[in-house]
Ligand binder design. Structure first.
Ligand SMILES: Nc1ncnc2c1ncn2[C@@H]1O[C@H](COP(=O)(O)OP(=O)(O)O)[C@@H](O)[C@H]1O
Ligand SMILES: [Mg+2]
Length: 406
């Protein structure tokens, strides 16, 4: 069972949309998928029109020990797709858990127990995919997801300051990897809300692919109004608008996620010297020195071959995969936004698709109104090495506030 935490401490970048529609797309291929709503706002539960009464089984109940995972899972209308829903009770969970011993491990224990029981009863895993939809912060809820997960998918909006906060996120992931979850690895970067007609969006996508050639999915999720409308109908995009570009994008993304398993191949061990040091039980200082001396991103990002739940795909081994001169890759869906401030080479070759997009996207977001300095979006890998080490108990981070002691 792949356990994937979908994270980004920024809100509005496409995490929940991706959890729902990637989950639905995987379920449509016959996989059993369980989504866990860990955002007190409950957007994922609403999106799938699963409402829970206060006190009913939910992710809150699992985190506070009142319910097991098995009790909290409810099916959705999409066959194979289930959800552990939430409600506003979850907002209090971080405070309630704060004084618990092993507070970072609560979700992992619940998931382990669920998986073990299922294996004992049926001989197999209870699902093929368990996907945690995290809240827009790096507090205890996200930390619990990152400890329960084996993989991290980072949803990123291909927009101004897309990579802001990434250093901190990778730093927290690195810390968890060293202290609590050595097998954790970032195995996917999902470019979301991508408008290929905007030069800035193409530049950001280009940067993502440059810094994360192994992790960045080839398919960028284009802006598509159907994706934004589907939640208000309590439906996945496949129920609401199966012919839309949004449905196609998530179908393709799911294909790449499946491909990660099909074309499994061991990763290069040299790239994760620091992680290997960690595996041998070396001191944190030794690990930190290794991080400082090696490319720090590699340490955090490259899964260790002996533990990695997912091996890299053949396709992702090709950093020189065909890319348009503009940084957009051919398979990327193009959006058609009549109000875009920066329109460049909207390709005429894709006119049927563009027409579909136009039909789909009567009201796409105007990304052009934002700043246009691509430099501000640049993420320098050395930034990670320059950050001071977190104190032992400082893994709770308030949204937008930098680190703070727990
Ligand atoms: N590809 C997309 N095209 C258009 N709207 C989108 C797209 N992805 C997300 N949205 C919309 O953007 C908003 C934020 O997305 P959401 O998935 O809720 O982000 P997060 O979970 O990261 O806060 C929501 O209103 C959602 O419907
Ligand atoms: Mg969300």
């Amino acid at each position: 069972m792949r356990r994937i935490a979908l994270v980004n401490q920024k809100g509005g970048v496409g995490k929940t949309t991706t959890a729902v529609n990637l989950g639905a797309a995987l379920a449509r291929t016959g996989r059993r998928v369980v989504l866990v709503d860990l955002d007190p706002q409950g957007n994922l539960s609403t999106h799938l029109s699963v409402e829970v009464e206060r006190g009913a089984p939910s992710s809150y109940g699992v985190l506070t020990g009142s319910f097991t995972m098995a009790q909290a899972i409810v099916p959705t209308r999409t066959p194979g797709l289930s959800v552990v829903p939430t409600n506003v009770d979850l907002a209090g969970a971080e405070l309630e858990m704060a004084s618990e011993m092993g507070r970072e491990l609560i979700l992992r224990e619940a998931v382990d127990e669920w998986e073990e029981k299922a294996r004992a009863a049926t001989g197999g895993a209870p699902a093929e995919y368990l996907i945690f939809d995290c809240p827009p912060s790096l507090g205890l809820l996200s930390i619990n997801a990152l400890v329960a997960a084996r993989e991290v998918f980072i949803a990123l909006q291909t927009e101004f300051l897309a990579l802001q906060g990434m250093t901190r996120l990778l730093d927290v992931i690195g810390l968890l990897q060293r202290r609590l979850n050595p097998t954790l690895a970032v195995t996917g970067i999902v470019p979301c809300l991508y408008d290929s007609r905007l030069r800035l969006a193409r530049e950001v996508l280009g940067e993502l692919r440059r810094y994360f050639p192994e992790q960045c999915f080839r398919r960028a999720i284009g802006t598509n109004v159907k994706l934004a409308e589907a939640p208000s109908y309590g439906q996945s995009v496949f129920e609401y608008a199966p012919e839309s570009s949004g449905a196609r994008d998530y179908e393709q993304l799911a294909e790449e996620v499946l491909e990660q398993e099909r074309h499994g191949r061991a990763t290069t061990p040299t790239a994760s010297a620091a992680a290997a040091t960690a595996a041998t039980g070396a001191s944190d200082e030794a690990v930190d020195n290794a991080v400082l001396e090696n490319a720090p991103l590699a340490e955090v990002l490259v899964p260790r071959p002996e533990h990695s739940a997912v091996q890299k795909s053949d396709a992702r081994e090709e950093p020189s995969a065909p890319i348009h001169g503009d940084g957009a890759e051919p398979a990327s869906r193009e959006t058609h936004d009549p109000h875009a401030a920066e329109v460049s080479d909207a390709s005429a070759d894709d006119s049927a698709d563009a027409a579909q997009r136009e039909a789909d996207d009567s009201t796409t977001t105007d990304h052009g109104a934002r700043g246009s300095t691509a430099d501000a979006t640049r993420f320098e890998p050395h930034e990670l090495a320059e950050l001071p080490e977190l104190p032992d108990d400082a893994i709770e981070v308030e949204p937008g506030r930098g680190r703070s002691s727990a």
